[in-house]
Design a protein around this ligand. Sequence first.
Ligand SMILES: [Ca+2]
Length: 509
Amino acid sequence: MPHFQKESTHLRRLIGSCLWVGLGVLCAGVWSEAIGAERPNVLMIITDDQRWDCISLNPASRIATPNIDRLGREGIYFANHFCTTSLCSPSRASILTGLYAHAHGVLDNFTEYPESLPTWPKALKAAGYQTAYIGKYHMGEENDDVRGGFDWFVTHKGQGRYFDPEFRFHGGERRTIKGYYTTVVTDLALDWLRQQKGDKPWALIIGHKAPHSFYEPEAKYAHAFDYVNVPYPASAFLLDDKPAWYRDRLDTWHGIYGPLFGYRKNWPDRSPEGAAAFAAMIRAYWATILSVDESVGRLYRFLRETGQLDRTLIIFTSDNGLFLGEHGMVDKRTAHEPSIRVPLVVRYPGLTPSDKPVVVRQMTLTVDFASSILDICGLPPLEKTHGRSWKKLASGQSDPQWRKSFLYWYNYEKQFPYTPNVRAVRTDEWKYIRYPYGDGGPDRHQAELYHLASDPEETRNLIDDPRYAEKVKELQAELQRLLEAVGAVPDPMPIDEGIQKHLPDPKIR
Ligand SMILES: [Ca+2]
């Protein structure tokens, strides 16, 4: 079976999606009452830096992920899911606690998750669940100790290795395990699942390293995309109406003419031939996801064979999105669509029966997980949270009160000086982005305005078009309202020291 997608399948999938929505609305309400009474197991699979369009439920996907797709075809596909800060550790903390980064305090990739803060795994453990975290945790760069809320905790320091990874086990033993990270972490998860005796519900989070840089695919998938053409995206050359910092980023660690996570040895390279290194990088990124899909298939089969499949809330997601060359960028951190869009697929017949899949079009966020999981497990939300439960939406019901806009938040990092401070608001139709300098004074970068409904790829910055002056004012007011709603006023942030050319410290790449 080919691992890439043919264009001709896209339309068929879209039509299928539309049918799902209608059927889901009709049938899911009755069904969820019948099954929803018991406390389900929870399996959350978190990949690292996986774009929203790198699962083939998305019509734009260039790769085939049949096992991830099956969860959505038998469950719920969230077509508009977003992170609230597109950076690993802050986003992981938001997934656990339902808070924006300024509130949980994990503002960069070196900060520990504060143990005093509640999390949804802690709440499930207190309610009698057996809980485990296995794999990449990545809050606290140099710490692989056991964290609160988990009966079984297996992780490693920092980013971990794709091949022959080392893990620290709950008792303190550190062991290098031969093999590929994605396979090894799946083996460890299945080992733990086999020990669950069925007397208590369980909750397991699997943290994958894939598809995070430096992209190292498993040998059997390393050439899966060799014959797929991967040019620089057109938007990389449409920077005239963009803020100047985009152009400053092009030759850096986070730009398309930079080192490309080891794929380009001599840089900056703006030559047409330099696109070959870019293509090789993207093919490797895609290939690491094929191993993830295989892992999802193994977990699915285990749950089916042990009779637990329909009693388990399965959640497949990632911590943030990623640029693959759009606007001349690699990495993430900004408020643009490839950076903030994240895949989310859920399977649980307590929400919708497996032959009545649902597509959720409303905007859902990383901060919604805590409230949603606890709601589905019959528990109250955490005392302080910025998220909402999507249980009704996932059951195919309408929720007229659902959010119509959300706040995106990122703070400039001295260690990765390639993105300014970002404060943005996204609605179903519009996006407004500003780049505060950090001293409370006027912004020094041009702002951005996009009409997403007609320009989903954000190619036309409308910020200086006088026809939209009122729209800008309206979105600025909405941004202020959203900041106040999450308690981010006052809104302290670092001083923007500008886009820097130097590389980050090798230890934290
Ligand atoms: Ca990440």
